[in-house]
Write a protein that binds this ligand. Structure first.
Ligand code: SF4
Ligand code: SF4
Length: 178
């Protein structure tokens, strides 16, 4: 059997309630999109990858739930907010992407590298823990070696970890407590 190409849309894969679901997760202005393409033209990530913001939003509006939520491109946005500043319709495309990521994560589509970074947050309280090199750099700039975060307030890390347990975030990112 010949597999359909990724850009072929089948009627049976259209979910008319999808855009409404995305709106409920925090992207309530998604329906204002007029497909002008300003977001794609402004996107620094799209300049280096195949990620196309306008296309992602179009697919979401069409109701391509599975295709959108399982797309690896969804994770290529760096959340720089340029598209949010420039969208002429005030769609807040970055919010659309974050809402889609929330839904994708719940559906089990989070990429492994994002799970790994999330694991750092649980383990250290930082997505990018401060290493020895950073400590020296901070000191050379007249700053305290450790930033005023969990690196300084060790007891706050327990609170971070408690929150991740209570919200189920640890399970979502498959964190192993050992
Ligand atoms: S810039 Fe705004 S209106 Fe234009 S395609 Fe992107 S989200 Fe839609
Ligand atoms: S927020 Fe994401 S989609 Fe928008 S311009 Fe920046 S990288 Fe591109």
């Amino acid at each position: 059997m010949v597999e359909p190409k990724n850009n072929v849309i089948r009627l049976d894969e259209l979910d008319m309630g999808f855009a409404e679901d995305v709106a409920k997760v925090g992207a309530e202005k998604i329906n204002l999109c007029i497909q002008c393409g300003t977001c794609t033209a402004s996107c620094p990530s799209g300049r280096r990858t195949a990620f196309r913001t306008r296309q992602l939003i179009r697919r979401a509006l069409l109701g391509l739930r599975d295709k959108v939520l399982s797309a690896k491109d969804l994770w290529l946005c760096t959340t720089c907010y340029t598209c949010l500043e420039r969208c002429p319709r005030g769609v807040d495309p970055t919010d659309v992407i974050l809402a889609l990521r929330t839904m994708a994560a719940k559906a089990g589509h989070m990429l492994d590298r994002h799970k790994m970074v999330s694991g750092f947050v649980i383990k250290y309280g930082h997505a990018v823990p401060v290493n020895e090199e950073n400590r020296k750099l901070r000191a050379s700039l007249g700053l305290s070696e450790a930033p005023p975060t969990t690196h300084t307030f060790k007891e706050a890390l327990k609170e971070v970890q408690e929150i991740t347990k209570k919200t189920g975030f640890d399970k979502l990112v498959c964190f192993e407590w050992k």
